[in-house]
Write a protein that binds this ligand. Structure first.
Ligand code: CP
Ligand code: NVA
Length: 296
């Protein structure tokens, strides 16, 4: 577990270096190609990976599943085998986590998870970079995640535990993060001297927090449950009242896209406490570091 912590910290250091040296002439991935498979929409992931690959001297190919033979029934295993003959890495945004694991099993090049229903690890690397920039450290920082115990929340639990950050998740009953991930993250947190708490109360989670993080109440693929979810999650809105219980210097995070007026108010997301655009920018730097680690 501590090895994973070292890997994360090393990648974050490279990401900081990439950010400082963004406009220097360098091409550590010269001549390499990244294939990007999208089953779902994307703004940040698509653009940050493509720009990142260009800045590293490589090239990215975007593949939407509706245009791929995969969309007509070619297996993910065959897609993995074939793409591995053309490209040096594959980024995959999928619905099912099992599809990402299957692609990784059969690909002979590195596979990067660009979000699935279960996890969003690249987002969390950018988020940790953002917290480190703001506070100068990660260990001991108290984060609150308020809202849906979704893919972002699952990855956040693992990420915070791995770098020694305390995390309290305030989620409604029945919408807590995955129980297996909670168990794993608690074990890692214990080994790293930090805590992970799950509560039904948004206020309890946010109390004294250095960082208040939220995400949409309706993730991609859950649109048919929008009305019900919007009712259930109403008490979990990140607004001025909730922020008043956090540390007076607390920052606000959101992976974006945001549904303004739902999980977060305009007043909060547009306030000086908000670092959402830094998070979005840091996707670029963090993912460049991830690609160097895996493909360099
Ligand atoms: N945060 C994030 O992954 O954004 P996109 O869906 O726009 O890629
Ligand atoms: N939880 C959101 C994250 C979007 C980046 C979703 O899966 O739609």
């Amino acid at each position: 577990m501590l090895d994973v912590q070292d890997d994360i910290l090393d990648i974050l250091e490279v990401a900081e270096d990439m950010k400082k040296r963004r406009y220097e002439d360098m091409a550590p991935l010269k001549g390499q190609t990244l294939a990007m498979i999208f089953e779902k929409s994307s703004t940040r992931t698509r653009v940050s990976f493509e720009v990142g690959m260009n800045e590293l001297g490589g090239f990215a190919v975007t593949l939407n599943t509706k245009d791929l033979q995969m969309g007509r029934g070619e297996t993910v295993a065959d897609t993995a085998r074939v793409l591995s003959r053309y490209v040096d890495g594959i980024m995959y945004r999928a619905f099912e986590h099992s599809m990402v694991l299957e692609l990784a099993k059969y690909a002979t090049v590195p596979v990067i998870n660009g979000l699935d229903n279960f996890e969003h690890p690249c987002q969390i690397m950018a988020d940790l970079l953002t917290v480190k920039e703001r506070f100068g450290r990660l260990k001991g920082i108290k984060m609150a995640y308020v809202g849906d115990g979704n893919n972002v929340c699952n990855s956040l639990m693992l990420g915070c535990a791995m770098v020694g950050m305390d995390l309290a998740c305030g989620c409604p009953k029945g919408y807590e993060p995955d129980s297996g991930v909670i168990e794993k993250a608690k074990e890692i947190a214990k080994a790293n001297g930090c805590s992970l708490k799950i509560t039904e109360s948004a206020i309890e989670a946010a109390k004294g927090a250095d960082v208040v993080y939220t995400d949409v109440w309706v993730s991609m693929g859950q649109e048919e449950h929008s009305r019900m979810r919007e009712q259930i999650f109403k008490p979990y809105q990140v607004n001025a009242d909730l922020m008043s219980v956090a540390d007076p210097k607390a920052i606000v995070m959101h992976c974006l896209p945001a549904h303004r007026g739902m999980e977060i108010t305009d007043e909060v997301i547009d306030s000086e406490r908000s670092v959402v655009l830094d998070q979005a920018e840091n996707r670029l730097h963090a993912q460049k570091a991830i690609m160097i680690a895996l493909m360099g």
